[in-house]
Design a protein around this ligand. Structure first.
Ligand code: ATP
Length: 240
């Protein structure tokens, strides 16, 4: 049976602030592009905290066997190091029922642990957002939680509006300022939400490229934190 939640990572009960970023991902391995996105989202949106949550079973990446969850959790802890306001979260730990981790379910559970006044923002990269129509209950997710979307080389931020589910449209460009574009969304029954786009992020790296580089003996990819690389070496990860 899959292990249930572990005790190590921070629990949300410790929050004092009310604007909470949720940044989920495979993080296999976590790299500087991930940290840069979380940092920029935090600074630009004035978030009190960003929860960084490795996902045990990412519903859209089931074709590839990921590195064990416990290793990804440990590497993510190291990658975050002393980043102010960023906390490792086990909100997407392996589920006892063996199902994939659906973000909407994770966030609903997370919200029960947050103060009622808390607003959760979902942080993701442009590539991930472009698949939003395939996400579990995408409409509900988008209407309940404002998304903060970071640019990523090779993925066109101008296609974000086209990626929305049919029932959701961009009602207005609410604000355009240096480093931030805010779009108002309208869904069914006049529900409203927002998308925040961060056009200035430009981290040309992916975990796939890093895994390939790590197969070469002695490689020390520059986009990896030194402590993460040390963990990878010590545990013999990504050798084949
Ligand atoms: P892989 O290559 O294995 O698919 P990845 O590098 O895309 O991995 P994930 O762990 O899947 O990393 O990404 C988690 C989140 O971080 C996603 O929302 C993704 O869009 C975002 N992200 C990852 N790398 C970058 C990057 N270089 N710039 C902006 N966003 C990124």
């Amino acid at each position: 049976m899959a292990p249930s939640k572990q005790s190590g990572p921070a629990r949300v009960g410790f929050f004092g602030g009310t604007r909470v970023g949720f940044f989920g991902g495979t993080f296999d391995p976590p790299h500087r592009g991930h940290v840069a996105l979380a940092r920029l989202a935090m600074q630009t949106l004035g978030l009190d905290k960003v929860l960084v949550a490795p996902v045990a079973a990412q519903p859209l990446k089931r074709d590839r066997q990921a590195t064990p969850y416990s290793d990804r959790l440990a590497m993510t802890r190291l990658a975050l190091g002393g980043e102010p306001g960023m906390e490792l979260s086990d909100a997407d730990a392996p589920r006892a029922d063996g199902k994939p981790n659906y973000m909407l379910e994770t966030l609903r559970e997370l919200e029960t642990e947050l103060p009622p006044s808390a607003q959760v923002f979902v942080i993701c990269g442009a590539d991930a957002f472009l698949t939003i129509q395939q996400w579990y209950c995408a409409e509900e997710l988008l209407m309940r939680y404002p998304f903060v979307i970071g640019a990523r080389p090779g993925f066109d931020l101008s296609r974000i509006a086209q990626a929305l589910p049919e029932s959701i449209s961009v009602a207005a460009e609410e604000n355009r300022e240096a480093g931030l574009l805010t779009l108002g969304l309208r869904g069914e029954q006049e529900r409203q939400s927002r998308l925040y786009l961060l056009p200035d992020l430009s981290e040309d790296i992916s975990a796939t490229e890093l895994r390939e580089a790590l197969r070469r003996p002695g490689a020390a990819p520059e986009f990896l934190d030194g402590a993460v690389l040390g963990y990878i070496r010590a545990h013999g990860l990504y050798r084949d």
